[in-house]
Design a binder for this molecule. Structure first.
Ligand SMILES: [Zn+2]
Length: 117
């Protein structure tokens, strides 16, 4: 009964007002647990979830938008996955370009060497 609500809790910017209303409606009907999360900026947030649904490992900090985790001593790092991937793709691209250039250069050299003057 409450699982749909918890899943929608992972939303970003899709009708938060309606989500809050739904949560308040259910507050009296369903047992809830509060879970504390801390973000890398030291903000603590304590969203509550239906008790029959496992709390997510990561929660979005409502104050700064960083991911927040349940371990106060070890909050999730700022998301770097995308820049890292981009950098890796960039390096790969550079390498394949260089390889292609080297292969082309080698092919051209052989072509010239074979050609009698
Ligand atoms: Zn924060």
């Amino acid at each position: 009964m409450a699982s749909g609500n918890a899943i929608r809790g992972t939303r970003v910017g899709s009708g938060p007002m309606r989500w809050v209303d739904a949560g308040q409606d259910r507050m009296e009907a369903v047992a809830r647990t509060s879970v504390s999360y801390w973000c890398a900026n030291g903000h603590q947030t304590e969203p509550s979830f239906a008790a029959d649904v496992p709390a997510p490992a990561i929660w979005e900090c409502p104050r700064c938008g960083l991911p927040a985790g349940q371990d106060e001593q070890n909050p999730p790092a700022r998301p770097r996955a995308e820049p890292y991937k981009t950098h890796l793709a960039y390096v790969k691209e550079r390498r394949s370009d260089a390889d292609a250039a080297a292969i082309l250069e080698e092919a051209m050299r052989r072509l010239h060497e074979r050609r009698p003057r």
